[in-house]
Design a protein around this ligand. Structure first.
Ligand SMILES: *[C@@H]1O[C@H](CO)[C@@H](O)[C@H](O)[C@H]1NC(C)=O
Ligand SMILES: *[C@@H]1O[C@H](CO)[C@@H](O)[C@H](O)[C@H]1NC(C)=O
Length: 153
């Protein structure tokens, strides 16, 4: 009991006195939060059309899945601006596995945002790292889909 409270006090002192570098060290021990965010566009390949005269419309209310080896691990919907966000439990995912074995899949057909677009196939993109930021005691690794491709047409 006494030892436990001493350890707790010691930990608190470490946390309160932690500099940025120490915070990073601690957050390394606690693991990094994995945050996946991106935008899906209502175009033939789900990406923004570069140098278009008008901005590419967003794909709102699209069903977005994190798919790893064919298993859906997490799902969400895009908002009105086509933006989605998925935060993962760092204890359940390894960054290296996410990058090598997982994809962002848009399960809603493109025809649901524009009836002239394909009603078959799904948009799929591998993940890429945008960067790491420190938020309090945690490292947050920000990931985003690389370019989408329409597959399985
Ligand atoms: C888009 O426009 C920029 C500047 O006008 C130009 O440098 C670039 O090559 C264009 N990109 C494409 C894909 O046409
Ligand atoms: C729907 O898609 C077609 C074909 O890509 C495009 O020409 C048209 O501008 C799109 N409509 C809207 C409202 O974005």
């Amino acid at each position: 009991m006494a030892i436990k409270s001493m350890l707790l006090v010691a930990l608190l002192v470490v946390v309160l006195a932690a500099s940025q570098a120490e915070a990073q060290l601690l957050s390394g021990l606690l693991g990094s939060l994995l945050n996946i965010g991106g935008t899906v566009f209502c175009s033939a390949n789900g990406n923004a059309i570069t140098n278009a005269t008008t901005p590419t419309p967003p794909f709102a209310n699209a069903l977005v899945q994190l798919s790893c080896g064919g298993n859906v691990m997490s799902t969400t919907l895009t908002n009105g601006a086509g933006v989605f966000n998925i935060v993962l439990n760092p204890l359940q995912f390894l960054l290296s596995n996410l990058l090598s074995g997982c994809n962002i899949v848009v399960a809603s057909p493109l025809s649901s945002c524009n009836s002239s677009l394909s009603s078959t196939g799904i948009l799929q993109a591998p993940l890429q790292i945008l960067g790491t930021v420190v938020r309090g005691l945690f490292n947050v690794v920000n990931l985003a889909p690389a370019a989408f491709q329409l597959i399985g047409i």
